[in-house]
Design a protein around this ligand. Structure first.
Ligand SMILES: [Zn+2]
Ligand SMILES: [Zn+2]
Length: 680
C-alpha cells in the first residue's frame, strides 16, 4: 500500500507533468504561433498528464500543411530549448475562475477550446481518457467537476503580467454587457483544472519523447492532430533512470526478440491475433508445459483435453451466451444433407469456438457421481480458447484471439477450501521461483454486498467464506497485496498475481478465481457423508495464465537471455575446422540422446564469427572443438557473455542433462554448476 508520503510525491509529479505540458504549449506557441502574415501555424487543442508523462495535441493549420509544414522529432531540440528558456524565467502559474462568457472571449480564435466549452456548457461529461502506448493505466482529464457557470483557467507568466490579466478579466466579469469578441492576455492561458506547480521553475527535468497522429477527441471522423509526448521528473537522475528503463523496454520488446530469435510469428495468411509458435518458441513452450504438468501431477492433479468447439446448448446452459457472448466468435453451423439436398436429422448442430474451458471441464466432472471421499478433485487442461478482440487491440503475444491456458478446476468441500487455496499459493511460489520471477504482488478482488451485481449468484455466506479465506492466506503468507472492493467478477472473488519484470513493467500472470455461477447452472454436486447432494466449491486457476501472454512477459523479462533449462537451444557446438567435424557430431549425438537441445555450427567460418553468431542467437553454452580438444577428447566451453573456460574432461552427457533439464532454481546458477562440473 502506498503511504502518504508516496501519495504526495505522486501528486507533485503529476502537477509537475501537467505544468510541463503547459510549458510545451507555450513554447510551441512562441515558435509556431503565427506566420509572418499573422495567420496561426499551430492551434493548441488539448492534452493531459498521463501515467508516465504528458502529451498535448496540436492542430497544424491547413494553410501551413499546404506549404509542407510539419513537426517531427527532429524539431524536439529546438522545442526543448524554448521550454528550457521558459523554465529558467521566473514564471508563475496561477489559477483563476472565469465565467463562460469571458472564457469564450479568451479562446475566441480556438475552435477546440470552443468545443470544450460547448461540452462544459451543456454539462456533458468531458472525460478524456487515453490509453498509453505501453498499455499502462490511464489518467482522465479532470474537467468533470467543473461547474459550467465557473471555469478554471491557469495563467502562466511573470507576476506583473498575471496581475494585469487578472485585473482585466475581473473588469470584464463586472461589465454586464460586454460583447467584445476576443481579448488578448499578457500571460499564457489554458483551460485546465490542474493541479500545477506554483512556479514553473519547479519542473526539474523534462524531455520530449515522441510524436504521433491522434484524432481530435479520439474520433476518427475528426481531424488528425499532432500529438507530442513528453515526461518530467523531480530530478535529472530520475529522468535518466526512466529513459534507461524505457530504452531497455524497447530493446526487450517481445515482438522484436520473438522475431530475432524466431520464437513466434503472426502470419497474416493464417490469421491476425493467432500466433504461430516457431520451432524455437515451441521448444521452450514444451519445456514449460512439461514442467507444469509434472508439478501439477506431483500435487495430485489429473489432466484432460477437451475439443476447441463446444455445442451451443452447453454455452446456453453455462450462461456464456448470455453474459459473455460479445467476447465469443460467431457460431459454426453444421448440417448434413442427403443426396436430394434434404437436411438429415431434426435440426442443424451449432457449435461455438470455446471462449473458456470451464463448461467442458465441468461436464467431465459430471460424467460420474462423486462422493465427498473423492474430493478434492483437481483437473487440469492446457486448453485452447478463442475470444474476439478488436484488430486494433491485438499486440504480439500479449493480446491475441486464440490462446492456450494452463487451466485447472478444483472441486472441493467447504472444509477443504483453505487448504486448496494454500496449495495453489505454494505451487505459485515454486513456479515463480523456478521461472525466475522474484518480484510480484497480489490483487484480491472482492465483492461489495451492497451492489446488485454481487447478488445474482452464490450464497452471501459462501462469498464471505471464500473472501475471508483468501485474505487470511495472504496475511499468513505475509505477502504484499491490495484489496479491491467491488472489483470481483459477478460470479465470485478472485486473486490475481501481478508479476513485475526487471524494468518495472507489470502484468497479470496468474489467476485464482472462485465460481458460484457455473456449479449452480450446470448442477455440479457431490454426495456428502449423509448421502445428501451438496454443491462443492469450484476454483478456476491458471498459474501460467495463457502461454501466449506469459511468454510475452517471459521474453521481455529475460530480454531473450533465457536460463539454460528452458532456452530454445541450450548448447551449440563450434568445430574450429572441418577436421573437427566428426568429433563434434559424435558429441552432438551423445547430447541429443540425453535430451539436450543442441546444434552444431558446421559452416566454414572463422571461430570468432561462429562465437559471434551464437552470442547473437543468445545460445547460453558454446562447446568449442579444435586440435587440442580433439587430441585430448575434451571441449572448450564458453558461456554466453563470458570468457572461454577450458574443460578438463569430456562432458559426461547424463550429468549435463541433469543440469540442463531438471527444474529447480536453475536460473543463471545452472551455468555456474555446469562450469564447475566441466572444470572438475
Ligand atoms: Zn494543466
Ligand atoms: Zn474455468
Amino acid at each position: 500500500m502506498p503511504n502518504n508520503q508516496e501519495i504526495t510525491q505522486e501528486t507533485q509529479l503529476f502537477a509537475m507533468r501537467h505544468s510541463a505540458e503547459h510549458v510545451l504549449t507555450m513554447a510551441m506557441e512562441q515558435l509556431y504561433g503565427s506566420d509572418e502574415k499573422n495567420n496561426p501555424i499551430i492551434i493548441k487543442a488539448m492534452g493531459p498528464a498521463i501515467a508516465d508523462g504528458f502529451y498535448f495535441d496540436f492542430d497544424i493549420a491547413t494553410s501551413a500543411t499546404a506549404k509542407g509544414f510539419k513537426i517531427t522529432e527532429k524539431d524536439f531540440p529546438k522545442i526543448e530549448k524554448a521550454m528550457r528558456k521558459l523554465i529558467q524565467q521566473d514564471l508563475l502559474m496561477e489559477k483563476i475562475d472565469v465565467s463562460m462568457k469571458v472564457a469564450r472571449q479568451i479562446f475566441a480564435n480556438n475552435i477546440y477550446k470552443q468545443e470544450l466549452l460547448d461540452g462544459l456548457a451543456n454539462a456533458q461529461d468531458f472525460e478524456i481518457s487515453e490509453s498509453v502506448s505501453d498499455g499502462k493505466s490511464m489518467i482522465k482529464q479532470q474537467m468533470l467537476e467543473q461547474k459550467p457557470s465557473k471555469l478554471t483557467l491557469y495563467l502562466t507568466g511573470r507576476a506583473e503580467q498575471i496581475a494585469a490579466d487578472k485585473k482585466l478579466l475581473a473588469g470584464l466579469e463586472m461589465m454586464s454587457n460586454n460583447d467584445q469578441a476576443s481579448i488578448k492576455l499578457a500571460s499564457f492561458v489554458d483551460l485546465c483544472k490542474g493541479p500545477h506547480v506554483a512556479k514553473i521553475s519547479e519542473i526539474k527535468a523534462f524531455k520530449l519523447l515522441s510524436i504521433a497522429g491522434a484524432y481530435w477527441r479520439g474520433d476518427e471522423k475528426n481531424k488528425m492532430l499532432t500529438r507530442i509526448y513528453g515526461t518530467a521528473f523531480a530530478s535529472q537522475a530520475a529522468l535518466d533512470d526512466y529513459l534507461a528503463k524505457k530504452q531497455m523496454a524497447e530493446e526487450r520488446n517481445h515482438r522484436k526478440i520473438g522475431k530475432e530469435m524466431e520464437l513466434f510469428a503472426i502470419i497474416p495468411e493464417i490469421g491476425q491475433g493467432l500466433p504461430v509458435w516457431l520451432p524455437n518458441g515451441y521448444a521452450m513452450r514444451r519445456v514449460i508445459e512439461d514442467y507444469m504438468m509434472k508439478m501439477e501431477r506431483r500435487f495430485g492433479y489429473v489432466h484432460i483435453l477437451t475439443p476447441h468447439l463446444n455445442r451451443k446448448e452447453l454455452f446456453e446452459k453455462s450462461g456464456h451466451l448470455g453474459f459473455y457472448a460479445e467476447n465469443m466468435y460467431p457460431p459454426l453451423v453444421y448440417e448434413e444433407k442427403d443426396a436430394s439436398g434434404k437436411v438429415i436429422g431434426q435440426e442443424a448442430e451449432v457449435y461455438y469456438p470455446k471462449p473458456m474451458n470451464c463448461p467442458a471441464g465441468i461436464m467431465v466432472y459430471k460424467l460420474k457421481n462423486h462422493s465427498y471421499r473423492d474430493l478434492p478433485i483437481k483437473m487440469g487442461e492446457f486448453g485452447t480458447v478463442y475470444r474476439r478482440e478488436k484488430s486494433g487491440e491485438l499486440h504480439g503475444l500479449q493480446r491475441v484471439r486464440g490462446f492456450t491456458q494452463n487451466d485447472a478446476h478444483i472441486y472441493c468441500t467447504p472444509e477443504q477450501l483453505k487448504d486448496q487455496f494454500k496449495e495453489v499459493m505454494s505451487m505459485l511460489d515454486i513456479f515463480y521461483k523456478d521461472i525466475g520471477f522474484n518480484n510480484y504482488h497480489f490483487r484480491l478482488s472482492i465483492s461489495d454486498p451492497d451492489k446488485a451485481k454481487f447478488q445474482s449468484c452464490g450464497k452471501r455466506s459462501d462469498w464471505e467464506k471464500a473472501e475471508n479465506i483468501m485474505r487470511e492466506i495472504l496475511n499468513e503468507a505475509g505477502v504484499q497485496y491490495v484489496e479491491a472492493k467491488g472489483e470481483a467478477a459477478f460470479y465470485g472473488p478472485k486473486l490475481d498475481v501481478q508479476a513485475v519484470n526487471v524494468f518495472g513493467k507489470e502484468d497479470s500472470i496468474s489467476t485464482i478465481q472462485v465460481d458460484f455461477n457455473l456449479p449452480e447452472r450446470l448442477d455440479v454436486f457431490y454426495i456428502d457423508e449423509k448421502g445428501v447432494k451438496q454443491r462443492p466449491f469450484v476454483i478456476h486457476r491458471a498459474l501460467i495464465g495463457s502461454f501466449e501472454r506469459f511468454f510475452a512477459f517471459l521474453i521481455e523479462h529475460y530480454g531473450g537471455d533465457f536460463p539454460v533449462w528452458f532456452a530454445p537451444v541450450q548448447v551449440r557446438i563450434l568445430p574450429i575446422a572441418d577436421r573437427h567435424l566428426n568429433y563434434a557430431r559424435q558429441l552432438m549425438d551423445q547430447l541429443l540422446d540425453e535430451g539436450v537441445r543442441v546444434e552444431i555450427d558446421d559452416r566454414s567460418e572463422r571461430l570468432q564469427a561462429k562465437i559471434r553468431s551464437s552470442e547473437v542467437s543468445r545460445v547460453p553454452i558454446m562447446l568449442i572443438i579444435g586440435d587440442n580438444e580433439l587430441a585430448a577428447k575434451q571441449v572448450g566451453m564458453r558461456v554466453r557473455g563470458q570468457a572461454r573456460v577450458r574443460a578438463e574432461a569430456l562432458i559426461k552427457a547424463h550429468q549435463l542433462e541433469g543440469v540442463m533439464t531438471k527444474s529447480g532454481d536453475l536460473g543463471l546458477q545452472s551455468l555456474e554448476v555446469l562450469e564447475k562440473f566441466l572444470k572438475k
